[in-house]
Design a protein around this ligand. Structure first.
Ligand code: HEC
Ligand code: HEC
Length: 335
């Protein structure tokens, strides 16, 4: 915790951020460049929903899809089917459109790739256990029983969604978009400026998002604060978030084939969002992750590491020297 707080807690940085806010208000000039896509133009197409069978299994698949969309209603803090989530976000807020959007944290091939070795836990995990990771971390909740109807429904949906994917394979559009890494570290001042210009209108000046009419869930999900995703979430990593943001944010303006922000801008704004001293969020006292430090992601913000780069450089870059070091020393490069 001490370490996290120190990562970006420097007076000069806060002053710089404030200066940039003021500078922006003063000149009110949009200096953000947009950049066209440089990605493969073919992505995987998930099965059509009319292939969901009209039988008991089909009912579970449809229920699973519904759970991803209205998660808080069913299993949120006031859930009608159980109280597992610690916040009122829906899976869909990150796994866009029930996990069907290319580079939108989709579930195209997910079911085809589990059980799988998970570096963080250093063991082979099943898909329901992986679902519980997201319930415990981004949703800051408690695990759902592995044999609950809701868990079986979510897995049934994922099985159907991956029915046109070969077992064990990834498909084009999985994972995050590729980014070109700037030679410099993430620029939090620039990130603040981008946030004000392109994110705050929906996610709020304090990252709080916007509740719907009866406050049962969000129109715009929070990015930090007491209801934001928990600090152990993958979304709390700069590169993981930047790859999602590049392809999907600002919502309705950006898409994977027409990103709105440049790679450096996506990295800067993500770094600003996950800067813990500026933007506190829930943090569980979890068991230490990555007992096998070799498989720790490059942008993970807590040591120890299998290299001598600082925690600050791992979190905010420059990333290329770390990547080069890992390649030169036969260490995996994981994001
Ligand atoms: C705040 C964002 C966020 C929310 C909310 C969220 N997740 Fe995730 N989830 C992620 C990220 C980030 C990953 C990592 C994806 C990766 O490694 O590329 C992930 C990964 C997963 C995976 C593994 C995917 C794979 O292909 O390996 C599953 C399964 C999953 N989430 C299920 C869920 C379910 C079910 C919910 C709702 C109960 C949920 N998630 C809510 C961010 C989120
Ligand atoms: C027009 C409104 C809008 C703008 C502007 C916008 N977002 Fe979002 N954002 C959304 C919505 C809506 C979702 C949830 C998507 C869904 O549920 O389908 C979302 C989801 C997210 C998520 C994942 C969920 C979470 O709460 O952690 C992140 C991260 C995110 N946005 C970051 C950004 C960043 C960074 C910017 C600025 C570059 C931005 N957004 C601009 C509306 C917006």
């Amino acid at each position: 915790m001490e370490l996290k707080l120190n990562l970006c807690k420097s007076k000069p940085f806060i002053l710089l951020t404030l200066t940039l806010y003021v500078a922006f208000i003063a000149c009110n000039e949009n200096t953000i460049d947009t950049k066209s896509a440089s990605v493969a133009d073919s992505v995987h197409t998930p099965p059509d929903t009319n292939t969901i069978p009209n039988d008991e299994l089909g009912d579970m698949i449809r229920y699973g899809k519904e759970l991803l969309r209205n998660t808080a209603y069913y299993i949120g803090p006031n859930g009608t089917k159980g109280k597992y989530l610690g916040n009122k976000m829906n899976c869909n807020n990150c796994h866009l459109k029930e996990g069907t959007v290319p580079y939108g944290l989709n579930f195209f091939s997910t079911h085809a790739r589990y059980p799988q070795y998970r570096g963080r836990e250093n063991k082979v995990m099943t898909l329901p256990e992986r679902v519980n990771n997201c319930i415990e971390r981004p949703h800051n909740g408690t695990p759902m029983p592995l044999d609950s109807k809701e868990m079986v429904a979510i897995v049934s949906y994922m099985r159907w969604l991956a029915s046109n994917v070969p077992v064990g394979k990834n498909v084009p559009g999985d994972g995050g978009m590729t980014l070109a890494y700037p030679k410099r570290a993430a620029d939090l001042g620039n990130g603040a400026k981008i946030y004000t210009l392109h994110c705050a209108s929906c996610h709020g000046n304090n990252g709080e998002g916007q509740f719907n009419g009866d406050s049962s869930t969000y129109i715009y999900p929070p990015l930090w604060g007491k209801y934001g995703f928990e600090a152990g979430s993958s979304m709390h990593r700069v590169l993981k978030m930047a790859r999602f943001v590049k392809a999907n944010m600002p919502h309705l303006k950006a898409s994977w084939d027409k990103p709105f922000l440049t790679d450096a801008e996506a990295i800067d704004v993500s770094a600003f969002v996950v800067c813990d001293s500026l933007h506190p969020r829930p943090q569980k006292e979890a068991a230490p992750s990555y007992s096998n430090i070799k498989v720790k992601p490059i942008d993970y913000d807590q040591g120890p590491y299998p290299d001598s780069f600082s925690a600050r450089q791992h979190k905010y870059g420059p990333y290329q020297p770390i990547i080069d070091y890992h390649k030169a020393h036969n260490l995996p490069v994981i994001f």
